[in-house]
Structure formats: C-alpha cells, structure tokens
Design a protein. Structure first.
Lengths: 192, 192
DNA sequence: TTAGAATGTTGTCAGTGTCAACATTAACCG
DNA sequence: CGGTTAATGTTGACACTGACAACATTCTAA
C-alpha cells in the first residue's frame, strides 16, 4: 500500500461521476468520497479548494460530453436545415434524460453565477452556438443576427424546459414521452 | 416571557418565506429558524416531521400565490383568446422572476417525486389547467383534447425554461430581458 | 381541580466542511 | 549519490447541521 495514492485528483472526479450516475448526488462530499477511495478525510483538500470546485470540474466534463453528443447531429449532412434543427432538439432532450443528475448539476445556479467558473461559461456558449448557427441557416441570409439569437434562445428554453420538467418528475403521469418529445420538436419548427 | 410561543407553526412558515425572499435559502434549517424565532433548537420538530415537510407547506403557499397571480389574466375578458395565451406566458415568467427563490423551491425535484406531497400535486395541476383551457379556447371546438394538452405542455415547458435559465443566471449577458420575454411569448403563438 | 395532551427544552449522537499541525513520499539539484 | 524542498496524505480539533429520547411546562377538557 502506498502512502501516495497515484492520482487522487482524477480518482475524485471519477468517483463523483460514478455517484452522480448512481443517483447519489445528495451523498457527494469530501468525507464520503475519501471513504470510498480509501483515503483520509481531508486528502481531497490537496486537490480542490472545496467541494464546489470539484463539482465545477465535473460540470465542465458534462458540457464537454454534451457538445460531443450534439456535434454529430449538427455536422450530419444528410439532414436539411430544418430537420437538423429538430434533431438537435431531440438529441438535446435525450442527453438530459440519459444523464439526468449530471444535467441538473450542469445547469445548477452555482456554476453560472457571478462569472466564477469561466470554463463552464465558455462551454455553455459553445453548445449554444451549435443551435444558433443551425437556426441562422434555417432563416437564410435575409435574417438579422439578432433574430437568430432570439429564436435560438427561445428554442433552447423550450428543450431545457421539457428536460427539466421531465427530470424533476413534474410529468410523471405522461405516457409516450418519446412521442411527445419528437412531436414537440417538430412543432418548434413553426417558431422559425 | 411565555413558555409556549403562541403559534410557532405559522411563525416557522413565515420566517422560512422571509428567508427565501432574502435569498437565504441555503441557510434554512430547523436550528437556524429556531435561533431567529428565539426558541429552542428542537422546538420545530413539534410541528413538522422534518425540514422537508416544512418546505412542502411553503411550496404549497407558493403555488397558491402563483395561481392567484395567473387567474386575473385568465379571467380578464378584455383579451382575445390568443392575447390571453400570450399574457399568461408573460405573467408566468414575471411571477418566477419576482419570486425566484420561491419558484426554484416550487419546482424542486423533492416535492414532485413519488407522489408524496399530494397537495402540491393538486395545485400544480390547477395551474396547468388555467393554461390548457386557454389553449383549448384558441384551438376552437374542432381540435382534440390531446392536442390542447400537447401544446399546453410545450408552452409550459417554454416559459418554464425561460424562467429557469434567467433565474439560474445562464442569460446574465442578455439585455432587454422584458422585451425578449414579450417577444418570445408572442412567438409562442405560432405553436397554436 | 386535576389528568392527559400539546408544546418547549436539554442532552446526546452521528454526520458534515474546514483549518492547522504533522508525517511521508517524490522530485530535483549539487 | 545524498540531501533539501515541494507535493501529498494524515490526525486532531472546532463549528455547524439533523435527529431522537427523556424531561419540563403549560393548556385543555372532563
């Protein structure tokens, strides 16, 4: 047994992700993580100032995965612009539903407030740009940039709202969730 | 100085609301509340099983206020059906922005999961019905009930998404928020 | 008036985050 | 190679939280 762990920093991030996937977000904490990694309670402090800083890194990784999930759809040449817009919506919501706890964390107030966590901010913008450019393509050359921004923001809000309401259990009574999602994303095309 | 407080239960709810309004949600807890109400640390347990149960009551009051804020718009005969739909959206978002912390709590996962907190569930449905009936009126007699449900759900998601993204600080860079909100609610009319 | 229910208090335990002081190991430099 | 220093891990301590049990006081109703 070594006194030094090897790569505790990475291990902390991994275990945190694991706990998030297992819906144990409420149990995440330095003491619990240390216990699971067989290390002393304050060892994590050598790698992260506090729990929030660790979570911020996990959030960054979430947005990275998020962008990676959306990019194939955005780059897929088989879609028309409008079909692409719709498929981005579907892919967005499905990502959220496949990683609910992670998605929650990614959009937690803590990481978007007061400009701390700059990396997170940059990645969010990157994801948004994927949507915005698709909207701009749908609108054609005649439209203003502001209009593409407005519509993209509204579309973002719509898919975010759907994701949130489903994840938070507000629509537990709803059957045929997938049908509703596709249907809604099709409907959102009328916004353009 | 009386040994008994008078109405500690009501006082706990009031103080909790006060703390929410002062953006001190993170400080809410039985010990802190007891301290502020000049009562012993475990006195709150005589009135609420645990903190979550206290919060559930506060959430109920939130939905009550919410419904009260939307009703005047719904009942206002001066609006056409479509204008009413739009104004409900604006009123919805403005309620959320005027009571951000309370709104957050109202839609917290904890109170909509697994059918506990039935009162909350009933009030949510009541608020949704206000929107759904307006949508049904817009659609006219020819449309199916399912269609009004689908569109109302999507519209709900949209205004919820806008509210959440603004409250959570994701759109801090956005100027002319009010203009965007009205503009978006107008755009949502194309969904019908 | 008095027994029992309601309400409030104190003591205790387990859990958390965080800091300071100390121990061990790794890395680098002469 | 050996020794100094930085990186990393540990232990102890403190303040805070939720929660339960045992006890105290007050209110209520027979």
């Amino acid at each position: 047994m070594t006194y030094h762990h090897g790569d505790l920093r990475e291990a902390l991030i991994e275990k945190t992700l694991e706990m998030i996937q297992h819906h144990e977000t409420h149990l995440i904490g330095f003491r619990e993580l240390a216990r699971r990694l067989d290390v002393s309670r304050t060892a994590p402090y050598r790698h992260f100032e506090n729990v929030e800083c660790l979570l911020a890194v996990v959030v960054e990784e979430g947005f990275q995965k998020f962008v990676d999930a959306l990019k194939p759809v955005v780059k897929n040449g088989a879609f028309s612009d409008k079909a692409r817009f719709m498929e981005i919506g579907v892919a967005y919501i499905n990502f959220a539903l496949e990683h609910p706890a992670h998605y929650q964390l990614m959009f937690d107030q803590r990481f978007s407030q007061k400009g701390a966590f700059k990396e997170v901010e940059i990645l969010t913008k990157e994801a948004f740009e994927l949507l915005r450019q698709t909207v701009a393509a749908c609108l054609g050359a005649g439209a203003s940039k502001k209009e593409s921004y407005d519509i993209a923001h509204l579309a973002w809000a719509s898919v975010h709202g759907i994701s949130k309401l489903i994840i938070d259990g507000q629509w537990n009574y709803m059957r045929d969730r997938q049908k509703f999602i596709r249907h809604s994303c099709e409907r959102l095309l009328t916004l353009i």
